[in-house]
Design a binder for this molecule. Structure first.
Ligand code: GLN
Length: 280
């Protein structure tokens, strides 16, 4: 069987599972099976496959058909300007979260040195992307998951910013090191009872710990805001990702803890996704 036919066959299996990126996914998985890039696959689609490669490709298609996310099958996800190593231990970096990076880069255009804290650092996509762009900035990432921190460490080394990143396993309640110029966070913010309605890729394969925001979706956000108000310098900026319907409630929580609201940002689907505030 040649590459093209195998991809067609794999695509059909994924279409039957209602995966709407079926063809793209099959091409990416073929590239992985053959240890080539996607361009090679497309340009050489008449090439014959040997039995071993075809078997491996079919195994990868089966994994995808069980809704395992592509990023977890190929162990990588592109975010902002870099490729991140990912597995089942962290949330897969979302394009929507790039809004935080973009905003932080705007806010820090003329800053020489800054100490940044990322609460719930996960794969490190936000903090490490910023450290990569701002060579004089230092970052601290905390996460309750040791497995997530291991991933973050791999990424920090790959991006060559490990020397400027401190990583701690800690619950936000317990963390005491203070005095940050800037705090960023993408905490879990989905209501526990709504987790089951997320896409199969997400519910079945991404860590609940990174998604579950408790009964009203705000339990972690509340903790993050309270603690940030203690750890941040006066006039320090706080950039927080939120759920699409949480803006009003979170603005209120921020104001109660002494933050001035600078602006809210929308994601690619035009939902409110991020709040920028300043500690006063
Ligand atoms: N935006 C993510 C999702 O919809 C949730 C991220 C989070 O809870 N921080 O899957």
């Amino acid at each position: 069987m040649n590459i093209q036919l195998a991809i067609q066959h794999g695509t059909n299996i994924l279409i039957n599972k209602r995966i709407n990126t079926a063809k793209l996914d099959a091409e990416i998985l073929m590239a992985k099976a053959l240890k080539k890039d996607r361009k090679y696959i497309i340009l050489n689609n008449k090439e014959d496959l040997d039995g071993k490669d075809l078997k491996y490709f079919n195994k990868l298609i089966k994994e995808r058909a069980s809704y395992k996310p592509i990023a977890q099958i190929i162990n990588k996800k592109f975010f902002w300007n870099n490729e991140f190593f990912v597995n089942e231990n962290t949330l897969i970096p979302r394009p929507d979260t790039e809004a935080i990076v973009e905003q932080v880069l705007k806010l820090t255009k003329h800053k020489n040195m800054m100490n940044i804290l990322d609460i719930g650092v996960g794969s490190g996509c936000i903090l490490l992307s910023i450290l990569k762009e701002r060579k004089n900035f230092y970052g601290t990432g905390i996460d309750i998951s040791k497995n997530a921190l291991d991933i973050c460490k791999i990424n920090a080394k790959r991006l060559k910013v490990y020397g400027r990143a401190k990583l701690y396993k800690s619950d936000i309640d317990k963390f005491v090191e203070a005095n940050y110029d800037l705090i960023i966070s993408n905490p879990p913010y989905i209501k526990s009872c709504e987790l089951k309605y997320l896409e199969s890729d997400v519910v079945k394969f991404e860590p609940k710990l990174a998604l579950d925001g408790g009964v009203d979706g705000l339990s972690e956000i509340r903790k993050v805001i309270k603690k940030s108000s203690e750890l941040i310098k006066k006039n320090g900026k706080f950039v927080l990702e939120i759920g699409f319907n949480q803006k009003n409630k979170v603005v209120k929580l921020l104001k109660e803890k002494g933050f001035y609201i600078n602006c809210t940002l929308k994601d690619l689907a035009l939902n409110d996704r991020c709040i920028v505030s300043t500690k006063i």
